[in-house]
Write a new protein. Structure first.
Length: 294
């Protein structure tokens, strides 16, 4: 199958290109050139560039977007242009090219206020209503809504709400893999699974690392996370103690990917141990730890 990946020069876009290239012909589009990951250089709202990239394709994986780090440095109008108008342009170009399937890279960040719960960790799955806080959240949710409307008109839409996936300190990233973070390789594998998923016109999934926590742990996670970690993830606790790292005192949320794992036959493979291995290998995906016992 010929698949177009928008935003193919970015970290997640590149990971998706690498994963899909095992089975498909992949065409990348980005406003920045990036060796073989990008065949078409141009803006996501440039319909001529989209038409050229989409010609002969059977599916689109739409990753291109402005993200949380851009909030406050990029005008809100640019978020609207790239994240919302860009998605509308992708939908229109897909229709013109006869493409029926769009897989969209969304974010768990759009749950916003819904992640706050007094006295217990928030349990976030697909049944929780988003409650956006920032322009980033609002525009990603607006893009989702455009895609759902397109699904009602015949497109096959698969939306993946991925959790944290960017370089950050190892002692934070490792524990995040248990409840609010994911490896780019696992994100890419989920997109590959969504590309081939058979079902109704529209599906939305939360995509995050596999959690050892149970819903019954919610209060304890908020009040005494180390005790829950010792019970549910003793290997992580041992690794933190060996490295003289501090465990988090509280965990405020758990993103749950059970539905995606079931419906996509997908499993996140790169947990906290992968973070530690990348740190030891001096991989730039993992930054030096910050919370060390003195």
């Amino acid at each position: 199958m010929r698949v177009v990946v928008t935003g193919s020069a970015g970290r997640v876009g590149r990971a998706i290109v690498v994963r899909l290239a095992r089975e498909h012909e992949v065409i990348g589009i980005d406003r920045l050139p990036a060796s073989t990951a990008v065949q078409h250089v141009g803006d996501i709202v440039d319909r001529r560039v989209l038409a050229s990239a989409f010609a002969g394709a059977q599916a689109v994986v739409h990753v291109a977007a402005l993200h949380a780090p851009h909030v406050g440095t990029v005008p809100d109008a640019e978020f609207e242009r790239v994240n919302v108008e860009g998605t509308a342009a992708v939908i229109a170009a897909a229709r013109s090219a006869g493409i029926r399937r769009i897989v969209f890279t969304s974010t768990t960040a759009l749950y916003g206020r819904a992640t706050a719960a007094r006295g217990r960790a928030t349990w976030i799955d697909e049944d929780v209503e988003p409650s956006p806080l920032t322009i980033y959240h609002r525009t990603k949710l607006a893009a989702e809504e455009l895609l759902r409307a397109a699904a009602h008109e015949g497109l096959e839409v698969r939306i993946l709400r991925m959790s944290r996936c960017f370089p950050e300190p190892a002692d934070l990233m490792a524990v995040y893999r248990l409840h609010r973070g994911i490896d780019a390789r696992d994100v890419a594998a989920a997109h590959a699974a969504a590309l081939g998923h058979v079902g109704e016109q529209h599906h939305t999934w939360v995509i995050s690392g596999k959690t050892p926590f149970l819903e019954s742990d919610r209060q304890a996670l908020a009040e005494d996370a180390p005790s829950v970690l010792r019970a549910r993830a003793p290997e992580l606790v041992d690794a933190y103690e060996a490295r003289n790292w501090l465990l988090p005192k509280a965990i405020d949320r758990v993103y749950v990917s059970a539905r995606a794992m079931r419906e996509l036959a997908w499993q996140p493979r790169h947990g906290f141990a992968a973070v530690l291995a990348m740190l030891d290998q001096e991989n730039a995906e993992v930054l030096p730890p910050v919370q060390i016992r003195r």
